[in-house]
Design a binder for this molecule. Sequence first.
Ligand code: RIB
Length: 313
Amino acid sequence: MTQKTIVLTDPGQDQAAALFMMLGAPQAFDLLGIVATAGNIDLTHTTQNCLKLLELANRTDIAVMAGCPRPMAGDLVTAEHVHGPTGLDGPQLPAPTTTISEEHGVEFIIRTLRAASDGEITICSLSPMTNLAMALVQAPDIASRIRQVVAMAGAYFEVGNITPTAEFNVYVDPMAADIVLNAGVKTTLLPLDVTHRMLSTPARLAAMGAIGNRCGTATAEMLTFSQTFDLNKYGWEGAPLHGPCVPAYMLRPDIFTGRQINVSVETGQNLATGMTVADWWGITDRHKNVFYVRDGDPDAYYDLLIECLGNLP
Ligand code: RIB
């Protein structure tokens, strides 16, 4: 069944792959619009990167809106050390010929949800959750229109990646994550605990490049660039491929496992800022607000990505 979907993203090579997975599965995703987030790189770059990726996939019919230029509190933390100075380093993607919408991303979220029926629209969050949280604060009535939030966010058993305790998307805007997780909306998290199982080995990168189309080739080149930092850091056979876990879960929930638990966010300024405290063993009586995905099938995951990439130009 096709799901009406709003995508929140700060591409980021892994998120390029996630966007391509969605675009390669039009039977499942009706993309209503993309809200560019400040995160991996600044907002100027993330908006341009969204335009570049849509042009590469011949999908300039999908609108791109710029969200907020920084998190709800504090300064923006970026990740050029992973993604490069443009955020999409690797291939030389042509400068976009299209432009973003004049509508602000937060206003787009509010307007689109208010025009929807209850439980009609899915939010795919690949980035910090700043713009969804801002929309929920500005217009609390929109929560009922959200079918579910599916987000790449958080970590518990795999601990942090941007600090010893926090995953990047939550660390950039912990207040936003806290607001979303307590909005009373059905929420599924794809944390580092599962994305670290999805390693882009040389064979898997080669399979992407062997598809023979420009989106497959660009994805292989992008991930070959962005893997460098993680290979040096973790010493694994491949770098974890985070973003596509979100659309993959929506396409094939059967290849993932998890449980309904409480996840709370450390929003204070301390050693654990941005930590997602996952009550996996049900020790507290806190509300079980999240379906927390802890594991998945890497072979099925990459087969799905290759299949979707093969449907693109
Ligand atoms: O922590 C990993 C996530 O943060 C990835 O989606 C990466 O693109 C960054 O946004």
